[in-house]
Design a protein around this ligand. Structure first.
Ligand code: OXD
Length: 338
């Protein structure tokens, strides 16, 4: 029996995903991309029956006999009736907060995510952004807009301390690259498990103790009930005035209003933010003109050429396991929301 895979691509639309027209090209799974990626997984070709679709154009009809859904999002209502044969949903993103709360997942259906696909790009972005903060680039750019020629000198970065909040695939890969420059890296995670690239690990409940030590903070956590509001105004106030902050996780984990206040007052030196809610940022948002803040439009971790290829690579590895009835890679734990 062939395995029907419904592939739901999204057309770019305001307030939806992809949130920019450029994103549509990066994240779309075409027949060519699907077949090219399949070449490396020869034995899977025969049994697979892909149905490539857009938005919900043919969703209800096609999902009647689909066992697998490959998508960013989906209509969750009555999924059991809409998709009686469904066993596995793979989300083409790492963050799955748009699917919370996960009480809609029918019993017997596994949700997996794209963890790992972003590691190489996130590591380089992490390295770049920490070095940018260390060389005062947000302030240099703010000065340039005001025609201020102020030589903001910096030292080599060795000996500084970086706090990495969220030491999974994104944070962990960035930590390794930055540690190689002689930076002391403190990782913060839920369990306290050791992580390559981190000199020390503390559990999230010890965050208040390590925030004052950080010269730079790199936030790379998903938005879950546990991380939402983690870096609130009180915690941001624990940081050094000379510190810099990067967020490539989700806006929900940090109080951006408090962050903007601190940047304007000079009680924080700089910030580079890559994630926002909503995206794109509203034209009247204060973020656009906050001093010493650089906005990057959600480009920190998605490989512009190979995102779909890497996604399909992970998907086909998992498909092999699915066919062998083995546990899948990257299962999302609905109760944790990640
Ligand atoms: C993701 C992201 O969740 O790129 O995949 O933000």
């Amino acid at each position: 029996m062939p395995i029907k895979v419904h592939i739901k691509n999204n057309r770019w639309a305001a307030g939806s995903f992809p949130n920019t027209p450029e994103g549509e090209e990066v994240f779309t799974i075409t027949h060519d991309r699907f077949n090219n990626a399949l070449l490396e997984f020869g034995e899977l070709g025969g049994p697979l029956e892909p149905f490539i679709d857009w938005d919900t154009d043919n969703f209800n009809q096609s999902m009647q006999d689909a066992e697998v859904l490959l998508t960013w999002n989906l209509p969750m209502e009555n999924l059991e009736q809409v998709a009686p044969k469904l066993k596995w949903i793979h989300c083409i993103g790492a963050g799955v907060e748009h699917m919370l709360p996960m009480d809609w997942i029918p019993a017997g259906v596994t949700l997996t995510n794209n963890k790992g696909v972003h590691a190489a790009k996130a590591a380089e972005f992490g390295l770049m952004s920490v070095l940018m903060l260390h060389s005062h680039i947000p302030a240099v750019v703010s000065n340039q807009r005001l025609k201020i020629y102020d030589s903001l000198y910096a030292t080599p970065i060795a000996g500084k301390t970086l706090l990495v909040i969220g030491t999974g695939s994104l944070g962990g890969s960035a930590a390794k690259k930055i540690q190689a420059l002689g930076v002391h890296v403190i990782g913060v995670n839920r369990s306290g498990r050791p992580v390559d690239g981190c000199d020390e690990i503390v559990t999230t409940d010890k965050l208040d103790e390590v925030l004052p030590k950080a010269d730079y903070l790199f936030a790379a956590t998903p938005d879950t009930p546990e991380t939402s509001g983690l870096l609130d105004r009180r915690r941001l106030d624990l940081m050094k005035r000379s510190a810099g902050i990067i967020n490539i996780g989700r806006e929900a984990i940090m109080d951006y209003d408090a962050l903007c206040d601190k940047l304007e007052q000079g009680s924080l030196a700089g910030a580079i933010l890559d994630v926002f809610d909503p995206e794109p940022i509203a034209t009247d948002s204060r973020l656009w003109h906050t001093k010493n803040l650089i906005i990057t439009p959600h480009i920190s971790a998605d490989d512009g050429d190979a995102y779909v290829q890497m996604t399909l690579n992970l998907f086909f590895q998992n498909m092999r396991l699915f066919m062998q009835k083995k546990p899948l890679l990257n299962p999302v734990q609905p109760e944790r929301g990640y």
